[in-house]
Design a protein around this ligand. Structure first.
Ligand code: 1BN
Ligand code: ZN
Length: 350
């Protein structure tokens, strides 16, 4: 054998060994692992999910903000309540208004929870909620701290998601009940000092967190239907700001982990895991806490906490919480995840 042909044979041999070793290394990646489930975590039930319009939701935010700050007892609050009731009725919902006296740390105000029921006759139900009032002060601002805020994100964004969901349910009916609850007087709480009113301190057991979420506290003790139940609930709070992030809120993780996992898995499947991040966040004593305390309905708080470690955005409780902070695409993604969860839940009953 000549020297050159034996070199050629060696070279071929080396190439064959190289190709074989690449194949052996790549094989585990090509073939599914024995212990990896082939089915996704959330079985993707084959169902058509209608498109949730971020542009339509934005119009609902604008409409609310155009009334001015929706502080309980104010004329803007009254006008906005009438518009919310009319809007829910327009989308075919059966509406209950639940008036109550909100005992804030600085006085008592007229407040009203607004409940829109989609197919109230059906036993299988989902609860979707948000607060519709806006904060009476801008206590985190450097200017005009004593003036009320517009609450485009903190208030109006969550309600906008509810309204758009009601609209698409009317256009694409499902055999599943949905209750839309707009809680009032969520944002009258006292961040800094305990109440000087002894009766309020006594009522809250000295815990100032109970100066917040007065509407959900009232509703949980005075359910719009005795014994009201839903399979699960979702609370939307600050779901429209540009740059939003939704970490896994602590009370939701503690009390409704199965539903947090479902919602965040759907978000990941839709490619929105940049928004629905897997980071854990601290416990926020938001309306969902009082919903669960009164009803045991597992309820998840989708709440905007864009900073790291998870914290509210710079616009929180300032005058920067206006229409310019709202991003239609954030509203759209939150709404599309919610629509997917609802339409799949309904399909699973079929
Ligand atoms: C969320 C947005 N909240 C108020 N505005 C609820 C809240 C309650 C946040 C207590 C922090 C503490
Ligand atoms: Zn707030």
């Amino acid at each position: 054998m000549s020297k050159s042909s034996s070199r050629q044979k060696m070279a071929y041999g080396l190439i064959v060994i190289l190709v074989l070793s690449i194949l052996v290394m790549a094989l585990p990646k090509i073939l599914p692992k024995k212990d990896t489930p082939v089915t996704p975590v959330v079985p993707a039930v084959s169902v058509d999910v209608p498109a949730f319009s971020g542009d339509s939701a934005f119009v609902y935010v604008k409409k609310q903000v155009d009334f001015g700050p929706r502080v309980p007892g104010s004329p803007a609050h009254k006008s906005c309540a009438a518009w919310l009731v009319a809007s829910f009725k327009k989308y075919g919902l059966t509406v209950i208004e639940q008036p109550f006296k909100a005992k804030a740390y600085f006085g008592t105000l007229d407040a009203v929870n607004i409940i829109g029921q989609y197919k109230p006759e059906l036993p299988n139900r989902i609860l979707l909620c948000a607060h519709w009032d806006s904060r009476h002060i801008a206590d985190k601002d450097t200017k005009d701290q004593d003036k009320p805020i517009l609450g485009a994100d903190d208030g109006a964004s969550g309600v906008a998601v509810l309204l758009e969901m009601a609209r698409i349910l009317q256009q694409n009916p499902v055999e599943y009940g949905v209750d839309f609850i707009c809680f009032d007087a969520e944002d009258l709480g006292d961040e800094r000092t305990p109440s000087s009113d002894a009766s309020i301190m006594a009522q809250s057991g000295g815990n100032t967190t109970e100066t917040w979420c007065l509407g959900s506290q009232y509703w949980s003790q005075n359910l719009h239907k005795p014994g009201y139940k839903a399979h699960f609930g979702i609370l939307f709070d600050m779901v429209g700001a540009s740059g939003a992030k939704f970490p896994r809120e602590g009370i939701s993780m503690l009390k409704a982990p199965e539903f947090v996992n479902k919602i965040w898995a759907v978000a990941a499947e839709l490619g929105f895991d940049d928004l629905f991040v897997n980071t854990p966040a601290g416990q926020i004593t938001d309306d969902h806490y009082f919903v669960m305390r009164g009803t045991n309905i597992p309820t998840v708080d989708i709440i905007g906490m864009p900073k790291s470690p998870p914290m509210f955005g710079d616009h929180h409780h300032t005058h920067f919480d206006n229409l310019t902070i709202i991003d239609n695409d954030v509203l759209r993604k939150v709404g599309q995840v919610t629509a997917t969860v609802i339409y799949r839940a309904a399909a699973q009953l079929r």
